[in-house]
Design a binder for this molecule. Structure first.
Ligand code: FES
Length: 290
């Protein structure tokens, strides 16, 4: 069985005007790193909030009124419904404006858009999650989804890294996952500090050392392009086939709904055909593009 039909899978676009943002209220802010924040937020309108559904892997457009909007994955799990979460890095006009917002402020929220992680395909499999930096944001939606449905999956390995200890995101999740004996969670940094007691090494090297079996296993990878580029060959060496490697891309999206033409990689539109792809689907594309 392969996942080449990812783009055929059901989308969960909410009905009504897909361009119309809903008003959402920020309920909590977590400073993950000096440049990365997580918002916990809720859609303001009770009826829209109750009807809203999404699946792990999907993204949304977030707007700061009078400034603009930007796409980010929904980083919380659909199994946890009391609020939604988004993590973003301060890199441009919109994210700088988002960085100035406080609890109680309102943002625009439209979506969800894009395809989802192939939940049926993942059932009954061993899962290996490989993430770097803010690349953990889409994976943590899936990881919590898997944890909340633990009996449906076999062995779960999580390998996560950042350049240095202060750049690790979601430290509260990492602590929970390291305590969970049903998970093998390995955290690493490229450069340690005097008080860092964990692993030191690049994510692909730590993956190679951890050496999860490819038998009945799917690897889900997300992180900086350089990490992804070095991770796929390691998975290949470990015996993973392209259909057993999944990634999610977010780069260069703008409209989120296949209209602006900004997110294409060759014939593929990340927003319309993804953002979730198997390596089998993207390996023919220029590796500098993902
Ligand atoms: S983001 Fe506009 S076409 Fe994909």
């Amino acid at each position: 069985m392969v996942v080449r039909d990812i783009s055929q899978r059901k989308r969960f676009l909410n009905s009504g005007n897909v361009y119309l943002p809903h008003i959402a209220v920020i309920e909590k802010i977590i400073e993950e790193t000096p440049t990365i924040r997580t918002f916990h937020f809720n859609i303001k309108d009770d009826k829209v909030r109750e009807q809203f559904t999404f699946e792990s892997g999907q993204f949304a457009e977030y707007s700061v009124f009078g400034v603009g909007e930007a796409p980010f994955c929904i980083s919380s799990s659909p199994t946890r419904k009391d609020h939604l979460e988004v993590a973003f890095q301060k890199v441009g006009r919109v994210t700088n404006a988002m960085n100035r917002l406080a609890v109680g402020d309102e943002i625009g929220f439209r979506g969800p858009y894009g395809n989802t992680f192939p939940m049926d395909y993942l059932k009954g499999k061993n899962l290996v999650f490989v993430a770097g930096g803010i690349g953990m944001a889409p994976l943590r939606s899936l990881i919590w989804n898997v944890i909340d449905n633990r009996a449906k999956y076999e062995k779960v390995t999580i390998i996560y890294g950042a350049r240095s200890p202060d750049l690790l995101c979601f430290k509260y999740d990492l602590t929970d996952w390291q305590k969970d004996s049903s998970l093998n969670t390995v955290v690493t940094v490229d450069r340690g500090t005097p008080d860092w007691k964990g692993n030191v090494g690049f994510v692909p090297a730590v993956l190679e050392k951890t050496a999860p079996s490819a038998n009945n296993t799917v690897a889900v990878v997300c992180g900086p392009p350089i990490m992804i580029r070095f991770t796929f060959p390691v998975l290949d060496k470990l015996g993973f086939k392209p259909e057993q490697m999944i990634t999610t891309l977010e780069k260069r999206m703008k409209c989120g709904i296949g209209k602006c033409g900004r997110c294409n990689i060759g014939d593929v539109f990340v927003c319309r055909d993804g953002p979730v792809f198997s390596y089998a689907e993207i390996k023919g594309l220029a590796s500098s593009e993902y």
